[in-house]
Write a protein that binds this ligand. Sequence first.
Ligand code: GAP
Length: 440
Amino acid sequence: MNSTPDAIPDLLDKVTNLAKRRGFIFPSAEIYGGFRSTYDYGPLGVNMLRNVKQAWWRSMVQTRSDIVGIDAAILGPPAIWAASGHLETFTDPLVDCKRCKERWREDKIDGVCPNCGSTEFTEARAFNLMFKTQAGPVEGEGATAYLRPETAQGIFTNFANVLATVRKKPPFGIAQVGKSFRNEITPQNFVFRTREFEQMEMEYFVPPADADEWYRYWIDTRLAWYVDLGIPAEQLRLHEHLPEDLSHYSRGTTDVEFAFPWGFDELEGVANRGDYDLTQHAKASGVALDYFDPTTNERYTPFVIEPAAGATRAMMAFLLAAYHEDLVEGESRTVLRLDWRLAPYQVAVLPLSKKPELEDVSREVLGILQPHFMCDYDVTQSIGRRYRRQDEVGTPYCVTVDFDSLEDRAVTVRDRDTTEQVRVPIDGLLASLRERTGQS
Ligand code: GAP
């Protein structure tokens, strides 16, 4: 029987260990004792993270004609963050435990120190989450720069550039994927909340009268994206923010939440940002950030609907949802049932033995598949153990080259989920795998 994530004890520990052991995610700077809450993505993790971002880009940009992409700078001058409201309001309430001196986010601890149990804290003070640095060799006012805490602002500051260059008109969107930085007070839960992370954000500019309709559209569309990529619908839910909980820019926010091992928590936020950002940046920069509609002769500032997702957080959710333990021929195995589009390797080519004649055919097979699929090649250990290793990292298909292959020019394709094996001619292998992955 397959178990659902919430039925698997210690799921977070198991996934964290697997991620480290199999080269998905390593604690950063480990040889120097680590650097709290920073992580490095290993050979498998980098593939998977790229796949998450690619799946997002494909659904948001590649397969649509109303959304274009950009890639803006991470460093920005204070003027951006003054206009966006981040300098003043992008803060968390920080308290110190009076007994053990640990610092906490007041809204995350329910009045009890998670470290020592004390209930005595200092008065809360606003702690700005932006990383401040210095650009250029001279310290001083003009040199202050900030690492972006969200990718969104680089989209707003390029609104006029994009409008002038790609001839789009509302409703249209600008998408961006990249790193963001927040000096989180309590980073926690593996890569769920880190100080350096990747976001996938899209700002969708619409006529104000249509904002509500688009807000609903993007909530539904984004929820469906996670389901399409393999997260069971019952592990997802929507959470609409109460008016008093909204961010400074928001007229309405609905989170897509995932059933993390500690309970439902935010995966992505979809917000109606109104005309807040364009108006603020137009005021502060003196550059008009509006749209002239030649059909109605009207000039207006579009409203913005923003689906804002975390790439690293989404990857963690995909790993948790994919993790299963089951029995194959009486033997327990760990299997990541990742959608093939997200799996670090889509195909593993496995010669039955290290004999040169088998390796020759195996390399030939690899050469056929590599331009189309991310492939692993593994000649070590018994075939059974190699299947288990591939199951554990989510490889959907193993292609085994055996001694019969030398005679019949066919190989065995094994399916990760059913463990079914079928014989496929090498000449038809690519077509067969493309069909299995819905590409033909
Ligand atoms: N532009 C709006 C915005 O940034 P957000 O809810 O603060 O909204 C959007 O962030 C998404 O980015 C979150 O839903 C989450 O997936 C991801 N995210 C935010 N802070 C994060 C952190 N410290 N570590 C990992 N992911 C984070």
